[in-house]
Ligand binder design. Structure first.
Ligand code: PEP
Ligand code: MN
Length: 459
């Protein structure tokens, strides 16, 4: 079948959107940008990016926004998970599949615990740019530019690798496209069948270290069998919606992928469904807040322990002046020792202003420590304690705990300490792989899902 030549397809137009408001950030001295601006190579890459197809469609982005609106009301729960920094070399079928599998496994457990839909979202297919506290890294007597993520430079500690190379934006786009293609194939092609996901979880439960979750696992098992016995439509359960998210750090890249939606004439950043602003780039008058205030995607803002109630209100007024359901998610990352004091005034201010955001806990970024043998790590106990604090605060204020944001992988790495089948420091020398922050491994991720599900079930 061929389409009539002049029938416009509903979706997103090719070529970058042209509204000059989308470029106001350029005058705002954006933080955390590479040093490549102004080179001919940089200009050539941006114009090439502008001609490439969108990675996601505006219609999908709108569906996600409606799902997040449900999470804000307490009728759905958001699970965001993936690498701190994706790398080009780890974008292999095995690793992508392992991560998607682990997120789907966590989601089944959380769905049962919460008794509501879980919105599944990867820090995937675009999570390539990292903010750094220092522009340089020194090893011995050699100082080189800091690693800023594969979209900017390489991790190898050589001058060639650490040079900022705009061509990497094209590789990031292509790697995102192939990652998304595989995610779509896995989640739409029958791989995500509830019964398969459930049987993977039984594999996890076979390890006696996790016997304390037997009751919950048994309940889920009976629920799946009950549905089967009733003749539930497993065809419908063969597919899962899965969304792609990343930190919108590299504004040139995000701008080049911002397109006009042909249905509405409005700009969407088509580099991913959901974009967030990091803790280091969330100033109210900063470039990142300005740029994201002008695209229609659902967006997140990371909030650390210095955030005030007024900061939160100001961000809402700037990023969600229309109070659009599902538009804004606050991802709090306070640290286990601080969340019970730092979170309540922020949540109270937002509640009292009558605004509705999705409240998500990131129990990773406030709990980073250095191990005795010199690795950047996090304790599973601290991660869990921050999640507990998050639920306690929302319970006491009568607000909605809407989601969980974790750095995790589907592989058996050793980067975070502890868990019931504990990771210990001695394993770091052989099994520590992350290029930036430590991730929960496959088993720690599932264990966290069981513990959060128990908390949700008690809610
Ligand atoms: C991250 O999510 O990897 C990150 C850098 O987080 P934050 O902005 O919260 O520090
Ligand atoms: Mn991180």
């Amino acid at each position: 079948m061929s389409l009539p030549v002049h029938t416009p397809l509903a979706g997103t137009q090719s070529g970058p959107a042209t509204d000059p408001a989308l470029d106001a950030w350029r005058q705002m001295n954006p933080k955390q940008q590479p040093s490549w601006a102004g080179t001919p190579e940089h200009a050539r890459v941006l114009s090439e990016l502008g001609t490439l197809p969108p990675l996601v469609f505006a219609g999908e982005v709108d569906v996600l926004k409606s799902r997040l609106a449900a999470a804000a009301r307490g009728e759905a729960f958001l699970l965001q998970g993936g690498d701190c920094a994706e790398t080009f070399s780890a974008a292999t079928a095995d690793r992508i599949q392992a991560r998607v599998k682990t997120i789907l496994q966590m989601a089944v457990v959380l769905t049962y615990g919460a008794q509501m839909p879980v919105i599944k979202m990867g820090r995937m297919a675009g999570q390539f740019a990292k903010p750094r506290s220092s522009d340089v890294e020194t090893r011995g007597d050699v100082t080189l530019p800091a690693f800023r993520g594969d979209i900017v430079n390489g991790y190898d500690f050589t001058p060639e690798s650490r040079a900022h190379n705009p061509q990497r934006m094209i590789t990031a786009y292509n790697t995102s496209a192939s990652t998304l293609n595989l995610i779509r194939a896995f989640t739409q092609g029958g791989f995500a069948d509830l019964r398969s996901v459930h049987s993977w979880n039984q594999g996890f439960m076979a390890n006696p270290a996790y016997h304390e979750y037997e009751q919950l696992a048994g309940e889920i098992d009976r629920a799946v069998h009950f549905m089967e016995a009733c003749g539930a439509d497993f065809e419908a359960l063969k597919r899962a919606e899965f969304y792609a998210a990343h930190e919108a750090l590299l504004l040139d890249y995000e701008r080049a992928l911002t397109r006009t939606d042909s249905r509405t004439g409005l700009p969407y950043d088509t580099s991913g469904h959901f974009l967030w602003i990091g803790e280091r780039t969330r100033e109210l008058d900063g470039a990142h807040v300005d740029f994201l205030s002008k695209v229609k995607n659902p967006i997140g803002v990371k909030l650390g322990p210095t955030t005030t109630g007024q900061d939160a209100i100001d961000l809402i007024n700037k990023l969600d002046p229309e109070r659009e359901p599902g538009r804004l998610t606050f991802i709090t990352r306070m640290g286990a020792g601080k969340i019970r004091e730092a979170l309540p005034p922020i949540v109270q201010a937002v509640r009292d202003a009558g605004a509705q955001v999705v409240w998500v806990t990131d129990p990773m970024h406030g709990n980073t420590i250095t191990s005795k043998n010199g690795y950047k790590t996090r304790r599973f106990e601290d991660v869990l304690d921050e999640v507990r604090g998050f639920f306690e605060v929302h319970r006491s204020l009568g607000t909605v705990p809407g989601g969980l944001h974790v750095e995790m992988t589907g592989d058996d790495v050793a980067e975070c300490l502890g868990g019931s089948d504990p990771v210990v420091e001695e394993q770091f020398d052989s099994l520590y792989e992350t290029v930036v922050d430590p991730r929960l491994n496959h088993a720690q991720s599932l264990e966290l899902a069981f513990l959060v599900a128990e908390g949700l079930a008690r809610r």
